[in-house]
Unconditional design. Structure first.
Length: 255
C-alpha cells in the first residue's frame, strides 16, 4: 500500500513539474511576443524633377514691341518670357524680336524678308499698325498687309495658327503727347478702326486676338502707365499687357 501511495505521489510531483515548465515556457513566449519592436522610419521616396523644355518665341512689331523708352527687360516680350519661365517648371524661352520704332506694316514685311527667321517657332506675337495711322497711310494698305503679316506669322510658327497671338494697338491719344498732337478723338476713332479690322480678320481665321487697348486708355488718369517720353507705355503698362497675353501663351508653349 505504501509503495502504491509513493508511486502516486511521485507521479503527481512529475505532473506538477511538467505543468510548471509548460506554463513558464508559454509565459516566456508571450513576453517575447509582446515586447515592443523598434519603429523604423521609411526612407523618403525621391521626388520627380520637372522635365526641362526649351521653346522659341518671336515677337513682331514696332515701338510697342521693341519697348521704346523703357529698359530692355521692361518691354512686353521680355516680361512675357520671364513670366512663362517662372510659372512653368523647367521651361526655357529663347526670345527673338523683329521690331523697330516707327515701323509700318510695310516696314515689318520688308524686315522679315531681310532677316528670314526660321519657321520652327513655338510662339509668335504680332502687334503692328499704329504707324500706319500716325503717318496717315491709306487704310487700304493695312487691309492688304495685315493679313499678309498674320499669314507670315503662321508660317513662322510651324504653320500652326494656334501658335500665333495678335495684340491690339494701344491708343496713344491717352498720353500727354497724344493730347497735343492733332485731335485725340480722331486718333482714338482711327485706332478703333484698325483694331476692329484686325479682330475681324483674326476671328474669321481662327487666330487669337488679345485686346489691351483699354489699358492704354487709362494713361491720362493713371499716369504711371505712360513712359517718361510721354508717349509710349511704361513698364507697368506692359506688365498689364502680359497679364492678358500670358494665359494663352502658356497654353501654346506647353503643347
Amino acid at each position: 500500500m505504501k509503495t502504491f501511495i509513493s508511486k502516486i505521489t511521485k507521479t503527481f510531483q512529475l505532473f506538477v513539474l511538467s505543468f510548471t515548465i509548460v506554463v513558464f515556457s508559454q509565459c516566456s513566449n508571450e513576453n517575447t511576443t509582446l515586447a515592443p519592436q523598434p519603429e523604423t522610419t521609411p526612407a523618403p521616396s525621391p521626388q520627380p524633377q520637372p522635365a526641362s523644355k526649351k521653346v522659341s518665341y518671336l515677337a513682331l512689331g514696332d515701338s510697342y514691341t521693341i519697348g521704346q523708352s523703357v529698359c530692355v527687360t521692361c518691354r512686353f516680350p521680355e516680361q512675357l518670357k520671364k513670366k512663362l519661365e517662372t510659372t512653368i517648371p523647367g521651361l526655357s524661352v529663347d526670345l527673338k524680336i523683329i521690331a523697330q520704332t516707327g515701323w509700318t506694316t510695310s516696314n515689318l514685311i520688308n524686315a522679315i524678308k531681310e532677316q528670314q527667321p526660321t519657321t520652327d517657332y513655338n510662339l509668335v506675337t504680332l502687334l503692328i499698325g499704329v504707324n500706319n495711322q500716325f503717318q496717315n497711310r491709306e487704310f487700304g494698305i493695312y487691309e492688304r498687309e495685315f493679313p499678309q503679316l498674320v499669314q507670315t506669322a503662321i508660317s513662322i510658327a510651324k504653320g500652326f495658327k494656334e501658335n500665333v497671338i495678335v495684340v491690339s494697338i494701344p491708343d496713344y491719344a491717352f498720353t500727354p503727347f497724344g493730347q497735343q498732337f492733332g485731335s485725340p478723338t480722331k486718333i482714338s476713332t482711327e485706332i478703333d478702326r484698325y483694331n476692329a479690322f484686325a479682330k475681324r480678320y483674326c476671328d474669321a481665321n481662327g487666330v487669337t486676338f488679345i485686346d489691351i487697348t483699354d489699358i492704354s486708355r487709362q494713361g491720362l488718369k493713371e499716369t504711371y502707365l505712360v513712359a517718361i517720353d510721354g508717349l509710349h507705355p511704361s513698364e507697368k503698362a506692359y506688365s498689364l499687357f502680359v497679364d492678358r497675353i500670358a494665359p494663352k501663351a502658356s497654353v501654346i508653349v506647353q503643347k
